[in-house]
Write a protein that binds this ligand. Structure first.
Ligand SMILES: Cc1ncc(COP(=O)(O)O)c(C=O)c1O
Length: 378
């Protein structure tokens, strides 16, 4: 088992910086930097290394499947989470009266894909967009509800909705469940069987510690043959190398959601990043991170300040605390002047943690916050 200290050693950013912005972009590890360098060298030396490049895509698919307790054939590799959501929702070919449920906690791009695909039949179930309960969904579920979308962890504040409860009531009403796990994958343990979801999307560049250009879609096996993609391409075929322009067959597994040439360089980087989880137990990673987040939340409370969603009570929290302030840009600049990198968004500065963060990182943040003039919190 790789310890948190050993894990951290692979990220040289910590030589200079208290890096707490994995909710935006994960830190660069030496293995990912090397994988990118190796890709460039191979390309320079030999031109296309097609077999090695596509092998990286398959390897990343296998590793992601392992991480979420799925099988490789349940995973599609797509260019972004937004495109993954589109591939799922459009492939359902919803009837004109089908209703889709989402919330204000959803990442905008996901909600926007839903709105653009299912239009006025998309209902937002919550009011304030900071916390979300199963009851919020229950009030909106009808015979017409076909799809329920819920984030595993909210990008706004790290709140973790009760996804299993929501999936339970959705399924009892005959609706499928889509989970956006982008703000959780890599930082919280994911078991798609336990979550009881039909679809799950997550991208590479945040807590999975890879780059933009790769995202994954999990498709429950019961959906494999039922999805009818609108957008397709040669990688969605039974045999992409059959080169038959006169027929459109669909791969029997999740791969039918794929379209054109995969992002081979980001896939190489993503595969190297996912290999960081070899010898790492996701449950231990989650516990390590939860300890850091709750320590920061307690200290914030101690200072008489608030994080977004503090009213949620005693729920398990994601890898982030979003510190509420009237001057997020000012607070971000103050933290940066102390070598602390967070991620301002909306009315807050988000501070997010990974297995590479330490108690000392939290203490550095707490000290810096004490120096932030009280009147500037707002
Ligand atoms: C929770 C969540 N979902 C989706 C996205 C969008 O992903 P993509 O840019 O790959 O479409 C983000 C990006 O920040 C996110 O935080």
């Amino acid at each position: 088992m790789i310890s948190a200290a050993e894990f951290r050693q692979q990220f040289s950013i910590f030589d200079e910086t208290v890096y707490c912005a994995s909710c935006s972009q994960g830190a660069l590890s030496t293995v990912v930097a090397k994988a990118i360098g190796d890709f460039v060298q191979g390309w320079n030396r030999e031109g296309a290394q097609w077999e090695a490049w596509t092998a990286s895509v398959e390897s990343a698919r296998r590793r992601f499947a392992l991480l979420i307790h799925a099988r490789p054939e349940d995973i599609a590799v797509v260019p972004s989470a937004s495109e993954g959501v589109f591939q799922v929702v459009s492939s359902l070919r919803l009837d004109s009266d089908a209703v889709v449920l989402t919330s204000r906690l959803e990442f905008p791009s996901v909600a926007q894909v839903l709105l653009n695909t299912a239009g006025p039949r998309v209902h937002f179930v919550d009011q304030d967009g900071l916390v979300l309960t199963a009851d919020d969904y229950a009030g909106y579920l009808t015979d017409q509800t076909r799809l329920v979308s819920v984030p595993l962890v909210s990008y706004k504040n790290g709140y973790r909705p009760p996804v299993q409860d929501i999936a339970g009531i959705a399924h009892r009403n005959g609706a499928a469940v889509l989970v956006d796990a982008y703000q959780g994958a890599g930082a919280v343990a994911i078991d798609v069987q336990a979550l009881d979801c039909d679809f799950l999307v997550a991208g590479s560049l945040k807590y999975l510690l890879g780059t933009g250009g790769v995202a994954f879609v999990y498709v429950h096996p019961k959906w494999h043959d039922r999805l009818r993609p609108v957008m397709t391409g040669w990688f969605g075929r039974v045999n992409p190398y059959a080169f038959d322009p006169q027929s459109v067959d669909f791969a029997s597994a999740a791969r039918r959601l794929e379209t054109g040439t995969p992002a081979v360089l980001p896939a190489r980087a993503t595969d190297a990043a996912l290999a960081l989880w070899d010898g790492v137990d996701s449950a231990i990673v989650e516990r390590h991170i939860a300890g850091l987040v709750s320590r920061l939340q307690a200290e914030i409370q101690e200072q008489g300040r608030r994080w977004l969603g503090h009213s949620a009570g005693d729920r398990p929290w994601g890898p982030m605390a979003a510190l509420e302030t009237a001057d997020p840009a000012g607070l971000d600049a103050h933290l940066r002047s102390r070598g602390i990198v967070g991620s301002p968004r909306g009315p807050a500065v988000r501070l997010s943690f990974h297995y590479y963060n330490t108690d000392e990182d939290v203490l550095r943040i707490v000290d810096a916050l004490k120096d932030w003039p009280r009147d500037r919190w707002g």
